[in-house]
Design a protein around this ligand. Sequence first.
Ligand code: NAD
Length: 403
Amino acid sequence: MYIFKAAVVGAGTMGGAIAQVISYSGLPVVLKDIDAKAVEAGVEHARSIYQDRVDKGKMSATDMTNKMALIEGATTYDGFDDVDIVVEAVPEKMEIKKAVFIELDKVLPPGSVIVSNTSALSISEMAAVTGRSDRIAGLHFFNPPNVMKLVEVIPGTTTTTETIEDIVGFAQTLRKIAIVVKECPGFLVNRVLTPYLIESVYCLQEGAANAEDIDAAMVDYGWPMGPFTLGDFMGIDVGADVAITLEAAYGKRMQSPQLLNKMVEVGRLGAKSGMGFYVYGEEPEQSLDALIEQVGASNPSSRFSPERLMYQMINEAARCAEEGVASLPDIDTAMIAGLGMTVEGERIGPLALADRLGLDTILNGLKEFVSQYGPRFTPAAILEQKVAAGETGVAKGRGFFEY
Ligand SMILES: NC(=O)c1ccc[n+]([C@@H]2O[C@H](COP(=O)([O-])OP(=O)(O)OC[C@H]3O[C@@H](n4cnc5c(N)ncnc54)[C@H](O)[C@@H]3O)[C@@H](O)[C@H]2O)c1
């Protein structure tokens, strides 16, 4: 399919930047929202991304004017009758998404593709409300979309191979690394990231270490930022919502820790609300330490180590490998391109890292953590199987990969 024109529905945090990414590739794009102010802010967001490039000498002011001319703000569906692909980026609520899908199905030409930028909701459920479920899939951008190289492409149960090829082609036009991921709650990156983030909050609420020290240790480990800085950037409410969806699907290992829920309750939602794990504006009446004390989850025998967080991530990546959520190299590529994962300066994903550390070391470490902190550390069956077969990683010539 040739894509001559695109649209983005929902001009919030993601929508404005996605419209910028599309226009940058040279495609005209309609940016639609129900709220005229949001449209204005979305277009302004795209402009500010371009302006930043101009200020840094990476593009000329004329190029910026030409690219901005490709973005058309809208509060109605006028102009959708020749749109080839729509990126839906409305709030993460199934009823809103379904209502938008029904509207889009009516106004788009037959055969046009609709993709959802949902973080964790079912693509198949959204597709089912339209008469074009073969032309619908997930296309999950990462925040900020103009910076992050990865997109996850998620086929629903009725999406055709041709549609996936069209979407991967579109993603490549946008100069993104597209990874096809089997539909499962959280898809790949958020699913693998969540147990890691949750574990950092357990360490904090149990009093094993403070946020600054944990962040510093994980940056030392190789991450571009620590888990609490990342959590504040993503939004504590967004993180807690994702954990609720994932706990319903995967059980207690994804359970949102009490501190996270408490923070949502008192409005400590991250950088956007001026305070989360850190304070970004005026000092609040209640300190984070006071909130932690209120939660009452302190555990004097709890210890923080980077391994405690990393083994949770590796374990979930192993489960994704076991379930065929994506190919093994794609699982690692997604974590590198989606989150900037590095260890000691080297780009490496969780499965290759596990091979390097030794799957037997990981397995024993997880068992030790089970005895200390409970069943959320239960090792993935594939780890037990590989260790039993002597495939323990680089040292033995075979683990998740061959050496
Ligand atoms: N924020 C992130 O970091 C992030 C990252 C990846 C994916 N996502 C996903 O992207 C989607 C959008 O997230 P966001 O953070 O940009 O949300 P947001 O709340 O910032 O923006 C949503 C926009 O949708 C508009 N809207 C609401 N109902 C609408 C309708 N019926 N038609 C048109 N517009 C409507 C709102 O006015 C708002 O401007 C969600 O599914 C979210 O899970 C978000």
